[in-house]
Design a binder for this molecule. Structure first.
Ligand code: SF4
Length: 363
């Protein structure tokens, strides 16, 4: 492995292990009102379909907290409750079966209230993610540093860590986020040098799909290269399933995870006579359900396409207005666009099935 991951202790969120040698876990967060049970369950199911491994929901009210037990019954991935300001909601969320909670100890209402949360988390063995952001640093630390520096974020996180440890609580992971990539990276690097708690990484408020994915890839990519990051969330102003897809792309492009179909497509040139970006998107959508790693090529011409994509497991290459289907480099037919996509999906499903069986045979 060209990236040496930082050695971290292992914690469990539901049945998902985080830290140690476990795969870096992909998370997302719903953007529905958690009070709206049906909408929230339906969005989580969409997230499960694209491979999301842990989901977080906002818990701003008693109704939202009470819904957690109902949500949990209908989903199959661990559920984390995100709480700000009201420690009673943190406690109620755990009583309702949340697999983890995310709090900022600085805004939960004081030391005694944090202690009350820790007590229930300890009794119920619920892990806590402690989130520290540059936007919510204690005023004493902020005044001393003069601005929300990486060092100020780290000092805040270390103070919380000590407080929780003094209370006998170590079932936790941390996230440290700055308002820019530089502060986030520096804060995480510094914090990682002090402890072995798992770290959740992400670039906060990254933006819309294009700029957010690029910023996330840059920031998360640097941290991953440094070996930092046990769970990851890409924050985008988009449907959260896009966050999951981008997160897997970042991880797979660094060789840290492989998940689902990787559609590679050519940039097109004067030889291409079809709307290739559109076809590539259709192929990507049609193969969303495949969870086994398969490389699929969508190329703009039959002259160079199959050659340029010879490493792909299967693919299609435009030949005039029709498409040549190729499997493992060999031509397997010529079809119109609709049939070509259909045949390609069948081939990929077959390859994925074979791989799954081979993998089961070995495990
Ligand atoms: Fe151009 Fe064909 Fe290469 Fe696409 S595969 S970039 S259309 S030569």
């Amino acid at each position: 492995m060209w990236i040496k991951r930082r050695k971290t202790r292992v914690i469990k969120v539901g049945d998902v292990s985080i830290g140690g040698d476990n795969p870096i876990v992909v998370q997302s967060m719903t953007n529905t009102f958690t009070e709206d049970l049906e909408a929230t369950v339906s969005q989580i199911k969409e997230l499960e379909k694209v491979g999301c491994e842990i989901v977080r929901v906002a818990v701003p009210s008693v109704q939202a907290a009470e819904n957690l037990s109902l949500i949990k019954k209908r989903i199959s991935i661990p559920l984390i409750a995100d709480i700000h300001f009201d420690y009673r909601l943190a406690i109620l969320s755990m009583e309702m079966g949340a697999d983890g909670i995310r709090i900022n100890p600085g805004n939960i209402g004081g030391v005694e209230k944090v202690r009350a949360v820790i007590k229930v988390a300890r009794e119920r063995q619920v892990p806590i993610r402690i989130g520290v952001n540059t936007g919510s640093l204690p005023s004493e630390i902020l005044n001393r540093y003069g601005y929300p520096s990486a060092e100020a974020v780290v000092e805040t996180a270390l103070n919380y860590m000590k407080f929780f440890e003094d209370e006998g609580f170590t079932n936790m992971k941390f996230s440290l986020k700055g308002s820019d990539i530089k502060t986030t990276v520096l804060a995480n690097k510094l914090f990682a040098s002090y402890c072995d708690y798992p770290i959740h990484i992400g670039i906060t408020e990254a933006g819309t799909v294009l700029s957010g994915a690029v910023k996330s890839a840059a920031g998360i990519g640097i941290l991953l290269y440094e070996g930092i990051g046990d769970t990851v969330r890409v924050s985008l102003s988009a449907h959260p399933k896009v966050e999951v897809k981008v997160a897997f792309k970042i991880l797979s492009s660094l060789g840290l995870r492989s998940y689902g179909v990787d559609v590679i497509s050519c940039p097109t040139c004067g030889r291409c006579q079809v709307n290739l970006p559109d076809v590539a998107l259709k192929v990507e959508e049609a193969l969303e359900h495949v969870k086994v790693p398969v490389t699929v090529a969508v190329m703009g011409c039959a002259v160079n396409g199959p050659g340029e994509a010879s490493f792909a497991d299967a693919g299609i290459a435009a030949a005039g207005e029709r498409f040549i289907l190729f499997v493992k480099g060999k031509v397997a037919g010529k079809f119109n666009e609709e049939d070509a996509i259909k045949k390609l999906v069948e081939e990929v499903e077959r390859i994925a099935d074979e791989r799954k069986k081979q993998h089961q045979g070995f495990s």
